[in-house]
Design a protein around this ligand. Structure first.
Ligand code: 4FN
Length: 261
């Protein structure tokens, strides 16, 4: 996979390439990464990349010629690549889209600045538009980094074990269970006993239940459009029984608000 970022701030990526799994993936030739400076493709002596908008209004617009030439260069470096514009008009990025992008030969990620880019670039040079979410950014660079990071870890061989990408929370569509490490007691809070038991079945059961509880309370939307496994179904039924029991005991005691106080 070859990532080419097109930006007027290529230096923003220097530290991005230089750390952690991205650095390792580059060193091991799983990915190739480079940033093209759009300014290098400006022909005038001031290397202008922006201009005033036709029709008036505030702010500046990215000129089409330097961008077009930069994209042509990226295509030349990697003819099989797809050119993606990071933009609030794109479809919202998610894990599903990350998997699809991970299958491509190369991605040219075009980062907008100022008020945006000339529309004729969008229509004639862009294959796909992706947005990171609904908020105002100052440019597409951080969005490009997010996409590169999410896609890189899905490329076979990048993560240590071949299935660690799959075992991660989102591919399974539940949030992670709670994690603990030493010490066993930290400022008065203890690690759940079951995790110290060494009983792997109990630990796995507990972790699934913990993941389900978290997802149910914090991100119910992740459960809604997803078929439950048999084991998950059993856990939910157990909760129903537990809740029923609580309600039963309360009404027998006659101490709940249901009995009038
Ligand atoms: N943003 C909105 C509406 C109108 C404009 C913006 C906005 C950077 C070049 C685009 C934003 C968000 C997610 C790139 C936002 C993204 C950008 C992204 C982005 C400078 C023009 C701009 C309604 C979404 C709040 C500035 C909504 N993912 N304009 O942010 O590039 O990738």
């Amino acid at each position: 996979m070859k990532f080419t970022v097109l930006t007027i701030f290529p230096e923003m990526f220097n530290s991005f390439w230089a750390y952690g799994i991205i650095k390792k993936a580059i060193a091991e030739n799983h990915i190739y990464a480079s940033a093209i400076n759009i300014r290098d493709f400006a022909k005038d002596k001031h290397k202008t990349t922006d201009d005033r908008p036709f029709g008036g209004g505030c702010g500046m617009v990215m000129k089409p010629e330097p961008l077009a030439n930069a994209i042509r260069m990226a295509k030349e470096i990697n003819p099989d690549s797809k050119t993606v514009l990071l933009s609030p008009q794109g479809r919202i990025f998610n894990q599903n889209l990350a998997s699809k992008l991970a299958a491509s030969k190369g991605l040219n990620l075009v980062c907008g600045r100022y008020e945006g880019i000339d529309e004729r670039i969008c229509s004639n040079f862009i294959d796909d538009e992706i947005s990171l979410g609904d908020y105002v950014l100052m440019g597409g660079e951080l969005a490009a980094m997010v996409i590169i990071e999410a896609v890189t870890r899905l490329i076979p061989g990048v993560l240590g074990s071949p299935d660690s990408a799959l075992q991660d929370s989102f591919s399974g569509k539940l949030l992670d269970y709670c994690h603990y490490t030493r010490p066993r007691e930290f400022e008065g809070s203890k690690v759940p006993e079951v995790l110290l038991s060494g009983n792997h079945k109990d630990i796995n059961d507990w972790r699934l239940e913990a993941a389900l509880i978290r997802t149910f309370f914090k991100r119910p939307d992740l459960i809604e459009n997803r078929p439950l496994t048999k084991q998950e179904n059993e856990i939910l039924k157990k909760w129903c029984r537990d809740i029923e029991n609580i309600i039963q005991t309360q009404s027998l005691r006659g101490s709940g608000t249901l009995s009038g106080n």
